[in-house]
Design a protein around this ligand. Structure first.
Ligand SMILES: [Zn+2]
Ligand SMILES: [Zn+2]
Length: 145
């Protein structure tokens, strides 16, 4: 398989247990269709927070290295990170550095998830404490009244 940008043969490299084809010249990456999902699996375990979310689809300037059809570009998770993908579901093309940005976005989302669940916890604790306090106030009221 050749690089859709520079037409040189792609090298295979392993990231965790995922085979990724990478271009020795432009350092772009080819991920087979399900590999981006696998990549997300490594970065997050909450089922409902992973999965491809695509925004702002438009025609790409490169063609799929599998079927040669013009690819489609979309923004990954509404971030300013364009990713090209094959409409025939062959895979994704990430330009140099984009895979790191994908991982950064995923890590950021995990942090956000943790932050919002800890915010929910402290809110629950606050309500609990509030409830206890008003209960104590009622008891005090009973004795003072
Ligand atoms: Zn290349
Ligand atoms: Zn294709």
């Amino acid at each position: 398989m050749n690089c859709p940008r520079c037409d040189v043969a792609l090298d295979e490299k392993k990231y965790k247990d995922i085979d990724i084809d990478h271009c020795p010249q432009c350092k772009g990456l080819w991920l087979d269709f399900h590999e981006l999902d696998q990549l997300e699996d490594h970065a997050m375990d909450e089922d409902d927070s992973k999965g491809m979310i695509e925004y702002a689809r438009r025609e790409s300037d490169i063609s799929c290295p599998h079927c040669n059809e013009v690819m489609e570009t979309f923004n990954y998770r509404a971030h300013d990170l364009p990713i090209d993908h094959c409409k025939n579901e062959h895979g994704y093309w990430l330009d140099e550095g984009e895979e790191k940005k994908v991982l950064e976005i995923m890590r950021q989302r995990i942090k956000d998830l943790k932050r919002s669940s800890s915010a929910q916890e402290s809110w629950a604790k606050f309500l609990e404490r509030g409830g206890t306090r008003s209960f104590l106030t009622k008891v005090k009221d009973l004795f003072s009244g």
